[in-house]
Design a protein around this ligand. Structure first.
Ligand SMILES: [Zn+2]
Length: 138
């Protein structure tokens, strides 16, 4: 647990409370459209595939592949000053949805990161209220 966390934080609200509650338990959950069977992310009550309200929560495997990434060397916000270089990324979950996250890797160089590389979820308990799902090489 990091004390004095000073980076931007998500604001849980209605549709996403369950997602953040499960993240605190170190589980990654998605919404599923029960009309066409499509899992989706980010969590919302109306599915983006067929605008259905017939949706449910499903647990993700936590397996993903690297869809795209950047290596940040200059902190965009004072809170990230001690983190550079770090890797913001889009990862494609095994279930299909693509999510924005970070790749956690000891030596973030282009040689150590490649599109399509296998990743697995890890959970970063950044405050008492918020746990951020991130990904590491599998
Ligand atoms: Zn659908």
């Amino acid at each position: 647990m990091t004390q004095g966390y000073n980076k931007p934080l998500p604001t849980p609200q209605g549709e996403s409370d369950y997602y953040w509650d499960k993240a605190k338990e170190h589980e990654l959950w998605l919404r599923n459209c029960d009309d066409c069977g499509t899992p989706y992310f980010y969590p919302r009550d109306i599915s983006p595939c067929c605008f259905s309200k017939n949706t449910s929560w499903v647990q993700a495997s936590g397996k993903a592949s690297l869809y795209t990434f950047a290596i940040v060397h200059r902190a965009p916000h004072p809170g990230f000053r001690d983190d550079v270089p770090f890797v913001p990324a889009m990862v494609e979950l095994e279930e299909g949805p693509i999510m924005a996250t970070n790749v956690v890797i000891d030596d973030p160089t282009p040689e150590n990161l490649s599109i399509g590389m296998a990743l697995e979820v890890v959970f970063d308990d950044v405050t008492d209220a918020i746990t951020l799902p991130k990904f590491k090489p599998a």
